[in-house]
Write a protein that binds this ligand. Structure first.
Ligand SMILES: NC(=O)C1=CN([C@@H]2O[C@H](COP(=O)(O)OP(=O)(O)OC[C@H]3O[C@@H](n4cnc5c(N)ncnc54)[C@H](O)[C@@H]3O)[C@@H](O)[C@H]2O)[C@@H](O)CC1
Ligand SMILES: Nc1ncnc2c1ncn2[C@@H]1O[C@H](COP(=O)(O)OP(=O)(O)O)[C@@H](O)[C@H]1O
Length: 299
């Protein structure tokens, strides 16, 4: 526990029925652009695989198009496996940034590109190695830290806690972070906690909510790259729901929080389907997404 006050929120369970509401198929009048284009700036020479994992998560969730902009080796890996991905710059409706990057030692040109993305005003999913750049965001942001990444983020704001504390009291720390930073928080773990936050206002009077909890249906999700796939799933959902996000005027980031909880739910159910009781690798989660989405739509 901690001395830092967090808003008193009541967390409710978010499950398959809630997620199904955000998984409708495209409409007859849709095309790839109207469905939504996701820009992805992820991966590095140290972690090129994270780029592919996020792109697989996004494309298997269903999205009009993915534009991947990253380092050469990661780009080659992405294109080799997913020739559908466009690697030219252009218009997007949402961004996914930071997976497979490390804030420390990040190339200045990469930092500048990430800051430019954040300053465009599009919704952005911010993961791993871009979490230090939140102050540059001008549009809605959802962050996807695990407890260790949240610890680093909070210490950069002068808040000292521990990884164990964050895990033990995830509701508190997710709510405190949402209130402090004005971003929707998806705090990963066996239980994933999501708190929506209004961008506007300051930490003293910021509107928060909804606050929801997603329980993982399998512990096999605890494997390298699993979170990179989750970030891709969320990126696709944000891109394909950009119009609902634009119209979200309830002042507390409600749509973004529900999309985040949908991503965690889908990720868990796909992992469970892929596992069938046995071990999985991260790509298995991505591959199980279409059948998982079909099952949720059929409910
Ligand atoms: N295939 C890939 O390219 C993958 C890339 N990843 C990327 O790797 C970056 C770092 O993510 P992490 O979640 O590892 O960051 P963490 O903050 O959990 O860990 C940072 C570093 O601490 C060390 N560490 C922490 N706990 C440890 C333990 N129990 N045993 C041994 N070493 C430990 C590791 O050296 C690790 O690199 C992110 O950008 C992430 O997206 C990971 O998602 C794993 C897969
Ligand atoms: N014990 C667990 N049971 C169920 N899910 C877990 C467990 N541990 C981690 N996860 C899930 O696995 C994913 C791990 O993400 P992350 O820590 O970012 O790993 P990586 O950086 O290797 O992708 C998250 O979605 C998290 O919720």
């Amino acid at each position: 526990m901690t001395d830092h006050q967090s808003p008193s929120l009541t967390f409710t369970d978010f499950g398959a029925a809630d997620a199904a509401a955000f998984l409708a198929p495209p409409q007859p009048g849709d095309d790839k652009y109207s469905r939504g284009v996701l820009g992805v700036m992820t991966g590095s020479s140290s972690f090129p695989g994270a780029a592919l994992l996020g792109v697989e998560g996004a494309t298997r969730t269903g999205v009009g198009m993915v534009r991947y902009l990253g380092p050469g080796r990661a780009t080659r890996m992405v294109l080799q496996r997913r020739p559908e991905v466009v690697t030219a710059d252009g218009r997007v409706q949402a961004w996914l940034i930071g997976s497979g990057m490390a804030a420390e030692g990040r190339d200045p040109s990469v930092t500048a590109a990430l800051i430019e993305v954040l300053s465009h005003g599009h919704p952005v999913v911010v993961d791993a190695g871009a979490l230090d750049l939140l102050e540059h965001a001008t549009g809605p942001v959802v962050i996807t830290p695990h407890a260790g990444e949240l610890l680093t983020l909070l210490s950069s704001h002068g808040i000292s806690t521990s990884r164990a504390d964050i895990t033990a009291d995830a509701e508190h720390w997710a709510a405190l972070t949402a209130q402090l930073l004005g971003v929707t928080v998806l705090l990963k773990g066996h239980l994933t906690h999501v708190v929506g936050a209004a961008q506007a206002g300051n930490s003293a009077d910021r509107a928060l909510g909804p606050a929801v909890r997603v329980t993982a249906p399998t512990t096999e999700l605890a494997t390298a790259g699993s979170g990179d796939v989750l970030a891709g799933i969320l990126g696709a959902l944000v891109a394909t729901h950009h119009e609902e996000l634009d119209a979200d005027d309830d002042g507390n980031g409600g749509v973004l929080a529900r999309l985040a909880a949908t991503a965690a739910t889908l990720h868990g159910l796909a992992g469970e389907r892929a596992s069938g009781g046995g071990p999985i690798v991260a790509l298995d989660i991505a591959h199980a997404l279409p059948a998982t989405i079909a099952a949720l739509r059929a409910r």
